[in-house]
Each structure stands twice: as structure tokens, then as C-alpha cells.
Design a protein around this ligand. Structure first.
Ligand SMILES: Cc1cc2nc3c(=O)[nH]c(=O)nc-3n(C[C@H](O)[C@H](O)[C@H](O)COP(=O)(O)O)c2cc1C
Length: 336
């Protein structure tokens, strides 16, 4: 990830920090319009939607929600108060998802939230299996106790998620349409990474060393559909679900844009906290993406609300540096 020149405007900085948000397949499905020095409109870029694994656009809006959370935190660092209005409009029109009004308050936050945003990264390595300390998982649930649940790995529900996640991942990994969609977001070669600045790279996927070298130089995205690659992914997922301290589940009372934007904001807020507590954070949403799993999970959990997001969490020894690429601010922003 590149840093930015000192001579850029504060709003440019806000959008840069916003863009360090996570997004499904690193699709970065956001667009912004900046008006003067105090107003930003945020749009969902539907050309970046994942129609196979995300037909309802839930994940697209969760990604935009994470973007908005980063923007709001960065704004508070620069001494702005933000008024964020989410427009709960239908998925089909191209109206803005949110309007953000900024007022300079000159009260800078002390803590270095910008550094936290820069250091956050999705981790796909095995985590420690020891339970998350109560004080730590409470810190996460406290972000929004009415919508966030924690289940330890050894609990009944934790075990349920572990098993179903592997089954649903396997179903998705073998689905031809999901394979094609994934391949379209894979950036193996350095040339593709440089040109597109989005999607999933070898380092982002944790393909390292000589394997990473081979894949980067000699394989194209079609290789991700080969049985051997698919099976490696399933083996890796088995290792991931068996190696964590527990699971975070975010639920929402309704299925609409506003709820999903809120889910993205909660997810990002928790992920930033995890980074500080040395807890790895790995979204694993296949249970709610795959037919035959979502309804059963919603019923079995008996939470009374729909599950909008699931992540594996666990302590790690040392947080690695972020490796995922981002598009430059200019490519998704118009300065009016
Ligand atoms: C809604 C959503 C769903 C995601 N689902 C998965 C997932 O199932 N598996 C996974 O490994 N990463 C998942 N991710 C993480 C993204 O792949 C990751 O954010 C993106 O590649 C950028 O990398 P970064 O988070 O390290 O910046 C998800 C992210 C979002 C926002």
C-alpha cells in the first residue's frame, strides 16, 4: 500500500484512509464525490458487485460500510465532526448510499487512529486455539451489544460454525460459477496487480516463498479453478476453522442497505480493536453465502435476527504487515 503526498488536501487524506477498508474479494466497491471542503457523497460501485456469492449485494454494502467507518474515524483525527446520513434506497438506482457533512471542530483525537487503520489486515493464518479472554471479547461485543455475538471455539455454537463453515466453503469452492467469479478477481502476476490495484494477490492469499514465485510468474487466474488448487483451499480452510479462539457473528434486524452499512461499520470497528489486542480477524461468510446453509444457521442460532457477517478470531504471536493493494483515491473519487 502506498502512502500519499503531504501536499494533498485533508479530504483527499480522508478518502485515502477510507480506502484502506476491507472489501469482499478486495473488490473496493466504492465511489465518492467531493463538494468543496465539507461535503462528500458516497456511492456503491455496482460494477464491482460479486453476483454469484453476493446476489443480494449484502457484502457490497458491508464493504462500503467499512469504508464509511474508516472515513469517519480519519475525519475525527483531522478534527472534523461528521454527520453521516445513510440513504436506504433500493439497490437498483444509482443514488448515493450516504452523504457526509464535515464540520471543523479543531479537537484532534490523541490516539493515532490513522496508524490503526493502516495496520489493519485480514489474516488467513492459523490462530492460537486458546479462548479469547473475557475482557477482550467483551471489548468487541461492546461495540454494539445488541447486534454482536461471540462464541468460543469449544462452545456448541462455535463448533457448529466450525463444521458448517468447512462444508459451505467446500460447496462454494467446487461451484463452477463461484470459481469463475473468484478467478476474475485473482491477480497472480505483478503486471495484473500493478494495472488493476484491486483483487486477491498471492501475498494477500498467503501463497508465499517459492510457491508464490511460481504462481506469480507462471500461472494465470484460470489455475485457481484447477482441482489441486481448489483442494488446497479446502485443506487450508480446515486448518483455519480448527485453529481459532472463537467466532464473531454480527446480526441485523432487517435486510436492507442501512443494516448492511451498519454491519460494515461494526465489523471495521471490531477489526481495528482486534489489531490492537493482537487478535487475528478473518471474515468467513460462506455459511450465509451458500444455499442450504443460511436458513438453517439463522434458525438454529435462534437469535431472532438475520446473520449478516461471521468472522474467525484468535490470538496471534505477531501481526504481519498489511499486503493487500488499493486503487488510488483519484480512481474512485471526483472532486467537484
Ligand atoms: C463482506 C466481506 C466478506 C469477506 N469474506 C471473506 C472470506 O470469506 N474469506 C476471506 O479470506 N476474506 C474475506 N474477506 C476479506 C477480504 O478478502 C479482504 O478484506 C480484502 O482482500 C482486502 O484485504 P485486507 O482486509 O487485508 O485489507 C471479506 C471482506 C468483506 C468486507
Amino acid at each position: 500500500m502506498e502512502s500519499i503526498d503531504g501536499d494533498k488536501s485533508e479530504l483527499y487524506h480522508l478518502l485515502y484512509y477510507a480506502s484502506l477498508a476491507p472489501s469482499s474479494h478486495n473488490s473496493q466497491p466504492w465511489r465518492a464525490e467531493v463538494y468543496g471542503e465539507d461535503s462528500i457523497l458516497i456511492f456503491a460501485d455496482k460494477s464491482r458487485k460479486l453476483p454469484v456469492v453476493d446476489p443480494t449485494s449484502r457484502e457490497l454494502y458491508i464493504s462500503v460500510g467499512a469504508f464509511i467507518e474508516n472515513l469517519s474515524l480519519a475525519a475525527s483525527y483531522f478534527g472534523y465532526e461528521t454527520e453521516i446520513k445513510v440513504h436506504n434506497l433500493s439497490d437498483i438506482n444509482d443514488a448515493p448510499v450516504a452523504s457526509i457533512a464535515l464540520t471543523k471542530s479543531n479537537e484532534k483525537r490523541e490516539e493515532n487512529i490513522l496508524n490503526d487503520i493502516k495496520l489493519r489486515t485480514t489474516l488467513r493464518i492459523p490462530f492460537d486455539t486458546i479462548s479469547i479472554k473475557e475482557a477482550d471479547w467483551m471489548t468487541l461485543v461492546d461495540v454494539d451489544p445488541s447486534n454482536i455475538y461471540y462464541f468460543s471455539a469449544e462452545s456448541k455454537k462455535g463448533n457448529y460454525i466450525k463444521q458448517k463453515e468447512l462444508q459451505s466453503y467446500t460447496q462454494q469452492a467446487k461451484n463452477k460459477n463461484a470459481q469463475d467469479e473468484l478467478a476474475s478477481w485473482i491477480r497472480f502476476s505483478n503486471k495484473d496487480v500493478k494495472e488493476k490495484q484491486d483483487g486477491l494477490t498471492t501475498s494477500g492469499m498467503g501463497i508465499k516463498g517459492i510457491g508464490g514465485f511460481m504462481v506469480r510468474n507462471f500461472f494465470n487466474p484460470e489455475y485457481s479453478k484447477k482441482e489441486s488448487f481448489v483442494n488446497q483451499g479446502i485443506d487450508k480452510t480446515k486448518l483455519q476453522v480448527e485453529n481459532c479462539g472463537g467466532w464473531i457473528v454480527i446480526t441485523q434486524p432487517s435486510e436492507n442497505i442501512e443494516s448492511w452499512i451498519n454491519t460494515g461499520r461494526l465489523y471495521q470497528a471490531m477489526h481495528l480493536k482486534c489489531r490492537k489486542m493482537n487478535i487475528g480477524f478473518h471474515p468467513m461468510n460462506q455459511i450465509i453465502e451458500e444455499i442450504g446453509f443460511e436458513n438453517e444457521a439463522n434458525t438454529l442460532f435462534g437469535i431472532g435476527e438475520r446473520i449478516a457477517f461471521i468472522a474467525r478470531i484468535g490470538y496471534i504471536d505477531k501481526y504481519p504487515e498489511p499486503v493487500s493493494v488499493r486503487r488510488p483515491v483519484e480512481s474512485f473519487t471526483t472532486f467537484k
